[in-house]
Design a protein around this ligand. Sequence first.
Ligand SMILES: C[S@@+](CC[C@H](N)C(=O)[O-])C[C@H]1O[C@@H](n2cnc3c(N)ncnc32)[C@H](O)[C@@H]1O
Length: 232
Amino acid sequence: MEFFEQQWSSYRAIVDHDLMEHRALTAAVAQVLDQWLATRPAGTPAPELVDLGCGDLALMAAHYRRWPLGGLWALDLTARVLSLAQQQLGPVGYPCCFQQGDLFAWASQVDGQPVDLIHTAFAVHHLNDDQKQTFLQGCRRRLRPGGLMLWGDVFREPGESRDEYVKRYSQRIRSGWTVLSDLQQEQTINHLSSLDNPADWGTIGALARAAGFESRWVWGGQHRAEKLLVLT
Ligand SMILES: C[S@@+](CC[C@H](N)C(=O)[O-])C[C@H]1O[C@@H](n2cnc3c(N)ncnc32)[C@H](O)[C@@H]1O
């Protein structure tokens, strides 16, 4: 992921200015997870969580510090963000592992250790549609009974082609992301034009069902792109 390797400061500016609605998405994730934690039977072992494509944990770190986790695996393809993530999290009272790796490979690992919680934000849209299906099947396999998966991401509107989506999102960047320099805007557009492959959100229910999940949309942003899906 050259963009994330070389232009992390541009991505960080996008997050800091909330251009992809990270704040509302993270609040929705926290609300779902707070509720899930509150309804766990007393005496259940502390839940283990994996964050797939964790980035630098800019917004999630505060929640990971306060949740009573039994372990955190933070996985990302881009090595340099992992030290930022570790710094951002700081000391916590449970074991953590910051690991460079591919989320698709993680989900495909048949004998991999199961987890109670899977969180992923703005990373799965890099997979193609077949890979997304295989990825969901793998996540289902690695999730313990009673576990929860939270998938925040960008999605296409039902029936919208990838080209239409790229055009629409590029217009959004050029007209609204003016806190970024022209160069940063063009680099972001180049990245999304060449590498982003958001799923049509209208097809996701069937995809999730085929993987053995029940799914529900719990949040949608104001730009008809960012959304949060909960899978159980
Ligand atoms: C847009 S950033 C999102 C970071 C963070 N989750 C957030 O919400 O701010 C995408 C992150 O996913 C990582 N990524 C992309 N494809 C990946 C893959 N196949 N496996 C693991 N990480 C991946 C990138 O390196 C980058 O850190």
